[in-house]
Design a protein around this ligand. Sequence first.
Ligand code: UD1
Length: 364
Amino acid sequence: PKVLCVVGARPNFMKIGPVIRALKGAGMAAPLVHTGQHYDEAMNDRFFADLGLPRPDVNLEVGSGSHAQQTAEIMRRFEPVLDDLAPQALLVVGDVNSTIACALVAAKKGVTVVHVEAGLRSYDRAMPEEINRVLTDQISDLLFTTERDALANLTREGIDPARVHFVGNVMIDTLVMNRPRAVPATATLEAVGADFRTGYALVTLHRPSNVDDPVVLARLLGGLAEIARQTPLVFPIHPRTRARIEAAGLMDRLDNARTVLLPPAGYLEMLGLMAGARLVITDSGGVQEETTALGVPCITVRENTERPITVSEGTNTVVGTDPALLLAAWRDVLASGGKTGRIPEFWDGKASERIASILYQHLR
Ligand code: UD1
């Protein structure tokens, strides 16, 4: 059988490598299409190199745009590619615009749609990814979940449980495989002249709800500046976030000797920075899971999470965007060392193998 795999944006790249390897290992063909949603050297090429991903067979080169433009352009360019490659199944991962766009094209052509990382719900429709998750799951034939709660979310939406398989987390497959190759944090920090051997907090921010509104952004950066007085910050900045901070004239909040701004980190660099951090402050979905897998305390600056297992079993605390709550959580980490947790079920490096064996049974 032939299973066409799609990636588009940074959070897809760290999920697809082990899946492709496992599909091929099980005797299936697994060509790769890149939509080109993320295209920068720092957002794209570094990840392909770090993760040893195969060169995409096709790159649709859609680039940036409004959600409608980006989604529509991916669909328009993907349709002839799907016709040409004629796979039995299309496999999409995660919740980005590339995920829903390609799934929708395939579903209408009667191609089996496979969604990896199905059933996660923040129950916040203001989040573009939530819309992508709900719709992709509705049109998927096979749904692979990372945590058991996802099944209840899916059955509530009328999805037949027979289509749903709990397999674990493919992003953690990548983490397990690459952990020994991580770039040590000391090397990354020394390269920019920083010596944070006494401990640092790693920061990532890019959610539209946090960075698009200058008032919310200013409050968050104010909280971070307060933390930096005591705990040095390491902040690899997403291009979208840098643009918003500059447009809002807020760059000065980060201008102090205890804050190091980095370009978006590569995968192996980021893994080392997370593993070496005293705590991580983030609004990313993937980072909430990676810190749980690494056992590093994580403070999530969002009102909700679609990944509740990182809170119930892992090291994650969801505090919202009120700086007072962020500071309280940070003080708690300083005082107690922060939340400890356990590794969730099936976050064991073998999720992709489970997916490949179920898919093979299904398609042959
Ligand atoms: C997308 C995903 C989000 C994911 C994030 C990780 C959707 C709806 N959102 O959001 O789930 O967490 O990626 O990065 O798909 N840009 C560059 N270089 C690039 C890519 C983007 O400069 O390589 C700029 C774009 O010009 C744009 C901004 O970053 O202004 C946002 O990019 P976009 O892909 O639209 O969405 P993200 O916010 O990155």
